[in-house]
Ligand binder design. Structure first.
Ligand code: ADP
Ligand code: MG
Ligand code: MG
Length: 898
């Protein structure tokens, strides 16, 4: 039996929770209607109808009758019929999906007007001919453009020509006769461009507009937007039919937009714009200058007061900042749209705490009103707010805010110069039309990157975000001439190579000269520094402080830091780290210690090797003592040496050249010759998959034992100093439990020796990284020999996908992002279906064998908001991330648990 589906809902039938069915706009129109607010009557065609249309290519059979029934009811209620000659009912046809989506059909206003009814409209408006013809010309223009696909510029040109002919500087300068003539021209444009006449039959206008809304779901722009934003492609859009009210009926009419509080600061007050004698989109389109909403109080006090009351009702009801669209028709206020409004990061934190104080939401809800990305934004240094007005700082461009931060430097136009200048200590901004993989070195060398082409997924944007480097892209008004090494801005401002330039990756703005940078008050707060800033900053810091406290109270995931020196550890602690989840030991082999590593590699005899190791031991131990002291009382996971040894040796090409030159001079040095041999021997095609991690420990006798000894002795020394060291030893790149068992036995022996020698019991936990698919697949076996797992999701992502991060991010990731294969790089956000599935099953298998197995993750994903939620769901004990991302991880862990 076929279920009788309902496709059309009167505004009185819906509510705000029905966004799936009615779209955002429809659901909120219904909500306002049911709140008793003045919404022009209307009805919504559901997304279900759209889905049927998209699947079958036809409207559902029942739709026409259902629309007719609702239209009849509407006509009854309004006392006139759609397009009725002497008194036409007019409607708007408005698209509205669950998520608001640029690229979909615009709204068509004034549906129902025709040659036959335009006079009736004029008569009903008290003989306002101008108004009637203005409404009609808007209909032909919008309908022609959005429903019939006629190039909108053609209408704009005709309008401009009419204004010019009249010497008018705005549309208000055109009278009824002018507009009537314009309608004629518009209709001619439609007939010529669309190959059909503008439809005169009102119902046909409406049906065509409805179908156009359905079709607009699948425009290329809409599809691309959905892929990028990961919006499912099969949701469909709703269509709202709303009886028209008129803001263009004279000076006592108008239209406006408003926010219930300031979306920039969160302050309560009157924020918005109003435009007299105008319809719908005129406000946003900027065709005439709007006035601040506050002026409405003098223009029309009664409507203003009513609007203020409605705004309060909406805030209390939605318990959040709302933005609204309204129209005043001859002193009568109408609400045309509302939704929970977008806001800046700072406002999000402040509004959340304000709403808690007002008793509108609780702490758990406050946590949902902010997110880690916003907190991250607040942690970047910024240019001073007043920059735009300050003398001497001229804004020359406004591009896409692709990667946040504030960067100042000298303009350079190629990678080579960027690298050369930065080596000599200059700060540079790399300016390109667009970047490609050849620009990589320059991007690394630069403080920031500026391009005139490309969007948020352009090469520059993707790579800069990956590097955490400030980037403004797609600043199209800037003309970049790389040959002449200069940039030309509108107004003829020219930036030559070497001129100072400032770019703001959080706003996309570009300035001439050096704009002063102010540190983020939020970072100052986390650093525990006293902050004597402006009130705004104080309020923000207070709000962040409270939200962080809520998050810490509810979160289950602990947050540790990736840090390998005392300074980073101390900062991490200030930022709230509950230990170190990854201390890399590679830096302990760099600098002056390289020579000892060379000796280790070159050792021919056991004695030579032991000498080299014995020389490294005290140095490593000293490093650990410092670190354990900085993290006293908290766990510190030390990873034994992981990278391939060649990374510590001279570069193969440089060394070859040196040796060849020396040989030609016949003074080749014996050590260099041996070194070159060793480097050749260690050279690998795929070092990432070569001799590294636990393999080093198994192949180079004594290496891991030395490291374990350094850890154990450092711990013993801290104990002796009445400290509380909590070291954990982590073996990298294990693929099978046998590897781990061998290294473990060796480590246990060393630890026992140190314990005996120092008379202390050290209780050092030994565990492993899970970063190879095989380790994840045999996690049950590995857990027999490991007291903890730490998921190395960077390597795990590389090995599961089979691509190397260093090579692919700059090469084909842009293409993958553009094609929508990734919504975001899997190195940034954990690939839940692939890599994540392995993490989940390994965690379960490990815990099944060893219920108290400690589980953590120490890849870059540890500080990524979405990934943190996943790790919470999988039941890990902690995430570990770079010190700077700790607050974000704490907040997201709280949000995941709240
Ligand atoms: P968007 O989603 O692009 O804002 P809308 O459907 O909200 O599109 O409509 C565009 C403009 O037309 C808005 O300013 C809206 O307030 C106005 N508008 C829509 N429907 C009506 C109506 N029935 N009467 C008067 N103005 C309307
Ligand atoms: Mg709108
Ligand atoms: Mg690794």
């Amino acid at each position: 039996r076929e279920k009788k589906l309902k496709y059309v809902y009167d505004f009185t039938e819906g509510n705000k929770d029905l966004k799936d069915l009615l779209g955002g706009k429809g659901a909120n129109l219904a909500e306002m209607t049911n709140l008793g607010l003045p919404v022009p009557p209307g009805f919504t065609i559901s997304t279900e109808a759209c889905k049927v249309y998209l699947e079958s290519g036809r409207e559902p059979a029942a739709l026409r009758d259902e629309v007719s029934a609702h239209l009849d009811a509407l006509e009854q209620r309004m006392g006139r019929t759609l397009g009725q000659q002497d008194d036409p009912l007019l409607v708007s046809v408005r698209s509205g999906a669950k998520f608001s989506m640029p690229g979909m059909m615009d709204t068509v206003l004034n549906i129902g007007l025709s040659d036959a009814s335009v006079a009736g409209l004029a008569a009903q408006s008290g003989g306002d001919e101008r108004f009637a013809w203005d409404s009609y010309r808007r209909l032909v223009q919008m309908f022609g453009n959005t429903v019939l696909g006629v190039d909108g510029d053609l209408f704009e040109e005709a309008l401009e020509a009419a204004k010019r002919a009249k010497g008018a500087d705005s549309d208000l300068g055109l009278d009824a006769a002018d507009l009537r003539k314009l309608v004629g021209e518009y209709k001619a444009i439609v007939a010529e461009q669309a190959g059909r006449d503008f439809p005169q039959e009102p119902r046909e206008q409406m049906d065509l507009a409805i179908r156009a809304v359905f079709d607009s779901w699948n425009t290329e722009r809409a599809k691309l937007y959905r892929r990028q934003e990961r919006i499912p492609g099969d949701l469909g859009t709703a269509v709202n039919i709303c009886s028209m009210v008129f803001g263009n009926l004279g000076p006592d009419s108008g239209t406006g937009v408003a926010f219930t509080r300031d979306p920039a600061s969160g302050h309560q007050g009157v924020y918005g714009d109003y435009l007299q004698n105008a319809q719908g989109e005129d406000v946003v389109a900027g065709i005439r200058n709007t006035v601040p909403l506050a002026e409405l109080e003098t223009i029309d006090k009664a409507s203003y007061d009513q609007l203020m009351k409605i705004m309060e009702t909406l805030e209390t009801h939605y318990k959040d900042l709302c933005d609204i669209e309204f129209t005043i028709e001859r002193g009568h206020l109408w609400m045309l749209q509302t939704r929970v409004g977008k806001r800046t990061a700072a406002a999000a934190f402040r509004i959340a705490t304000q709403l808690v104080d007002q008793g509108l939401i609780d702490e758990a809800e406050a946590l949902q009103r902010v997110n880690g990305a916003q907190l991250g934004q607040l942690m970047f240094p910024r240019f001073e707010d007043s920059v735009d007005d300050a003398a001497g700082y001229q804004r020359i461009g406004w591009g896409i805010a692709a990667s946040p931060g504030a960067a100042v430097g000298k303009a350079v136009f190629d990678s080579y110069t960027a690298v050369k200048w930065s080596r000599s200590g200059e700060r540079v901004i790399l300016i390109r039309r667009e970047t490609n993989p050849d620009d990589l070195n320059g991007m690394i060398a630069a403080e920031g990157i500026l391009t005139s082409r490309g969007g948020k997924t352009s090469h520059a944007a993707v790579v800069a975000r990956g590097m955490g480097k400030t980037c403004v892209c797609g600043a199209e008004e800037l003309e970049v001439d790389t040959k002449r090494r200069r940039l030309t801005a509108p107004g003829g401002v020219v930036i030559e190579e070497g001129d100072l330039i400032s770019i703001d990756g959080s706003t996309g703005k570009v300035y001439v000269g050096e704009v002063p940078v102010v540190p983020s008050p939020v970072v100052e707060y986390f650093e525990g520094r006293m902050h004597a800033g402006a009130d705004e900053a104080d309020e923000l810091v207070q709000a962040v402080h409270r939200i962080m406290a809520y998050a810490d109270r509810v979160r289950r995931l602990r947050v540790r830091a990736n840090a390998d020196n005392a300074e980073d550890a101390a900062r991490a602690r200030r930022f709230g780290a509950q230990g170190i989840g990854l201390c890399r030991t590679e830096h302990m082999f760099l600098g002056e210690r390289r020579e000892l590593v060379e000796r280790l590699v070159l050792a021919d005899t056991d004695t030579e090797r032991d000498d080299a190791l014995n020389a490294l031991l005290p140095l490593q131990k000293a490093d650990f003592v410092e670190l354990f002291e900085a993290m006293d009382g908290l766990p510190v996971t030390v990873r034994l040496l992981d990278p391939p040894l060649h990374e510590f040796l001279p570069d193969i090409t440089e060394l070859s050249v040196r040796v060849a030159l020396a040989e030609s001079r016949k003074d080749a040095n014996e050590n260099d010759l041996r070194l070159l041999q060793a480097v050749h021997k260690l050279h690998e095609q795929n070092p990432m998959l070569g001799l590294r991690g636990v393999r080093l420990g198994l192949v180079i006798p004594g290496l891991f034992a030395m490291q374990v000894r350094a850890i154990a002795e450092a711990a013993a020394q801290r104990r002796a100093a009445k400290g509380d060291p909590r070291a954990e030893i982590m073996i990298p790149l294990v693929g099978t439990v046998q590897e781990l068992e061998i290294v473990r036995d060796e480590a246990d022996t060393v630890i026992a020796e140190v314990e005996a020698a120092t008379g202390t019991t050290l209780k050092l936990a030994i565990g492993t990284m899970i970063e190879l698919p095989r380790a994840a697949l045999t996690a049950g076996q590995i857990a027999e020999a490991a007291e903890f797992f730490s998921f190395g999701t960077n390597d795990l992502t590389q090995t599961v996908w089979g691509f190397s991060r260093d090579d692919v991010e700059a090469s084909f990731f842009t293409a993958y992002l553009e094609k929508g294969i990734f919504g975001v790089s899997p190195f940034e956000t954990i690939d839940v279906d692939g890599v994540g599935a392995l993490v989940r099953s390994a965690a379960e298998a490990g815990r099944a064998v060893r219920p108290d197995l400690k589980l953590g993750i120490c890849g870059e994903h540890g500080g990524d908001p979405e990934s943190v939620h996943f790790f919470h769901r999988v039941g890990l004990d902690y995430v570990s991330c770079s010190p700077f991302r700790i607050p974000v991880a704490r907040l997201e862990a709280g949000r995941a648990a709240a």
